[in-house]
Design a protein. Structure first.
Length: 257
């Protein structure tokens, strides 16, 4: 019973000036009031429970919808990546001469850009000829929209030596180097001007140059950028390795013809 009603009930029961009949009527009114209070309290508790339950269900629904949204986004992104890989795969399978490797490099760059990778300098391959200390460089420069085939010496600079040594260790090896600061980039550009490679004029104002190479044995696939790649961007580039390996096998078949 409600505490205040209980006090009132006790007072009535002890009241000497009230008749028995009056006490019965008053106590009945108190009991009815207590029942009404109890019903109101029950309804209020039930309303609060419904509110809490609704809030929990709403929170769970929002969380579930968010999970589903992220799952759909991830699925759509994966489909987008697979479509990009298939486009490069189609280019690789249509190779008819060694120089068509340039189209593979160009399309890898284009597909990476379509997937959101920025600041790509070039995508390139290195096919090694150890006996000559050179590698055949097929490359596509993104900002210039130009392709080049260059036989490059790798024995006359520590970066080139380190890169070649790592790649020639075999499939699965990686080589990454970061040239940081405008002064260091200009030093590298000055060295390149003493070689037969394409001179990228964007390096004259660049504050960063980053090389990422992945070996498939006698050949490597690389990308250079004006900004350090994120882990996700690097993982995305790695997805193109299998497609590039297909292009290299096609390249070898063409050379044998």
């Amino acid at each position: 019973m409600n505490q205040h009603l209980q006090t009132l009930q006790d007072f009535i029961q002890l009241a000497e000036h009230l008749t028995a009949e009056e006490k019965i009527l008053l106590l009945k009114s108190i009991k009815d009031a207590d029942n009404a209070f109890a019903i109101s309290e029950f309804k209020l508790e039930r309303t609060e429970k419904v509110k809490r339950t609704t809030a929990i269900l709403l929170e769970e629904t929002i969380e579930e919808l968010e999970h589903k949204r992220k799952a759909v986004e991830a699925q759509n992104k994966e489909l987008e990546i697979e479509s990009s890989l298939e486009r490069v795969r189609t280019v690789a399978m249509s190779m008819n001469r060694p120089g068509d490797m340039l189209d593979v490099c160009k399309n890898i760059s284009l597909q990476l850009q379509s997937l959101g990778v920025k600041d790509i300098r070039n995508v390139q391959t290195a096919i090694f000829y150890e006996e000559k200390g050179t590698y055949m460089n097929y490359e596509y420069y993104t900002n210039h929209d130009k392709t080049f085939i260059t036989e490059t010496t790798y024995t006359d600079h520590k970066i080139a030596k380190g890169f070649a040594a790592k790649m020639l260790k075999g499939k699965g090896e990686t080589y990454t180097t970061h040239i940081k600061g405008e002064e260091k980039v200009k030093e590298w550009l000055a060295y390149q001007k003493t070689t037969n490679v394409f001179i990228d004029t964007f390096l004259e104002t660049a504050s960063s140059l980053n090389y990422y190479w992945f070996s498939l044995g006698p050949v490597a696939l690389g990308i250079s950028t004006y900004a350090i790649l994120t882990d996700n961007e690097l993982d995305l580039f790695k997805r193109f390795l299998n497609v590039f390996e297909l292009a290299y096998r096609r390249y070898l078949d063409i050379e044998k013809q």
